[in-house]
Design a protein around this ligand. Structure first.
Ligand code: SF4
Ligand code: SF4
Ligand code: FES
Length: 364
């Protein structure tokens, strides 16, 4: 069965330097994806339309673009529901990367960031020896999500921090970094964490979660960045204000059960720097917007915060092991679409569960 599909495309002609929104309507098979529709437009309407593609099956990462302002893989985006609803989506090039022509962006800034995180294994020896270096599946499961990345750039397209600071390493490069930090065969963990913790690194992420929302492969790059931050702090790399901030959150919650914001600035910026903020703080105080810091208010249910802290310690959830990951990615694999209802994402027939220390002991 065929359907009529209409869409608008932001065209960009680099020779004339002109940008224009053009509307197209074509007949396509009901199972057509956005990429199929673009192919039909190029084949039947305008051969000069430029976009990238290769595998057509969500593997190569070539066809990243924006539809209605959000990054998608064109070959993963079915058009049936959109066409049935009579909606005319607007298709444009990905964000945060320079447009070369129509829907094609220059990926060089993307690859430059990937190169900066040393995207290869540093095993710490030059002679690999005669035998294989076997790593258990459970150890590799820890970096399963990060290993799913296909380098499509959809996360980078939507990154708020990158929009403000083009030098920010960005979600794809940092997720790649976590892929090696979490790899038990890599011997450069501390050097990596040191380098990723510098300016434009881990702590410059605004935690907007747009990367996580838009990643078509379930890599969950924001979780990867959180894991890097936790690992950096675990090995004592905590001089960045972001790390100090995170540490103060824990101390504050543990001791009083709430975030003592009045102490946040001196604890993270130091006394000298925070003196500069005194005038501003006094203004807030005068307007009754800051509670007096002493004696510190202790929440009625502070015991719950302390119990949670003790539990995390007891379970040895130090570093990346303490980060609770989003399960949206694995949720995508659930067979809801086939009418079987949701199932446990790590259940039978799905991915192996990430390894947790106490489970290892049980299963050993
Ligand atoms: S969570 Fe961080 S890395 Fe992800 S899009 Fe937001 S700012 Fe960028
Ligand atoms: S993390 Fe996801 S969105 Fe980002 S490059 Fe990898 S696959 Fe694409
Ligand atoms: S064409 Fe390869 S991911 Fe879409």
């Amino acid at each position: 069965m065929a359907m009529q599909v209409a869409l608008k495309i932001w065209r960009y002609d680099p020779v004339a330097g002109e940008r224009a929104l053009r509307e197209y309507e074509v007949s396509a098979p009901e199972e057509a994806t956005l990429l199929d529709v673009l192919d039909i437009v190029k084949d039947q309407v305008d051969g000069s339309l430029a976009y990238r593609k290769s595998c057509r099956m969500m593997i190569c990462g070539s066809c990243g673009m924006r539809m209605d302002g959000a990054a998608v893989l064109a070959c993963k985006t079915r058009m049936y529901d959109i066409a049935q609803a009579g909606h005319v989506p607007v298709v444009s090039a990905m964000g945060n990367l320079p447009v070369v022509k129509d829907l094609v962006v220059d990926m060089e800034p993307f690859w430059g960031k990937i190169r900066k995180v040393t995207p290869w294994l540093e095993p710490g020896y030059s002679d690999p020896g005669e035998t294989e270096h076997v790593v258990s599946q459970e150890r590799m499961d820890v970096i399963h999500k990060e290993s799913l990345c296909i380098m499509c750039g959809c996360c980078v397209s939507e990154c708020n921090s990158l929009e403000a600071d083009p030098d920010f390493l960005g979600p794809a490069a940092l997720a790649k970094g976590m892929r090696f930090v979490g790899d038990p065969r890599d011997e450069a963990t501390v050097e990596r964490l040191q380098s990723y913790s510098e300016k434009h690194g881990i702590w410059d992420c605004t935690r907007c979660y747009f990367c996580q929302e838009r990643c078509p492969k379930g890599v969950d790059p924001r979780d990867a960045i959180a894991k890097l931050g936790a690992e950096a702090m675990r090995v004592g790399i905590d001089s960045d204000m972001g790390a100090k901030h995170a540490k103060w959150f824990v101390t504050s919650a543990k001791t009083t059960g709430w975030l003592r914001e009045t102490e946040l600035v001196p604890k993270t910026q130091g006394i000298a720097k925070s003196l500069k903020e005194v005038k501003f703080a006094m203004g807030l105080l005068r307007r009754g917007k800051v509670p007096p810091p002493f004696p510190p208010h202790v929440a009625k249910d502070v015991g719950e915060a302390r119990a949670l802290y003790d539990l995390v310690k007891e379970q040895e959830r130090e570093g990346a092991k303490g980060i609770v990951q989003g399960e949206k990615a694995l949720g995508h694999l659930e067979p809801e679409a086939h009418g079987e209802g949701p199932r446990e994402p790590y259940g039978e027939g799905s991915f192996a569960r990430p390894y947790l220390p106490e489970e290892k002991e049980e299963g050993a």
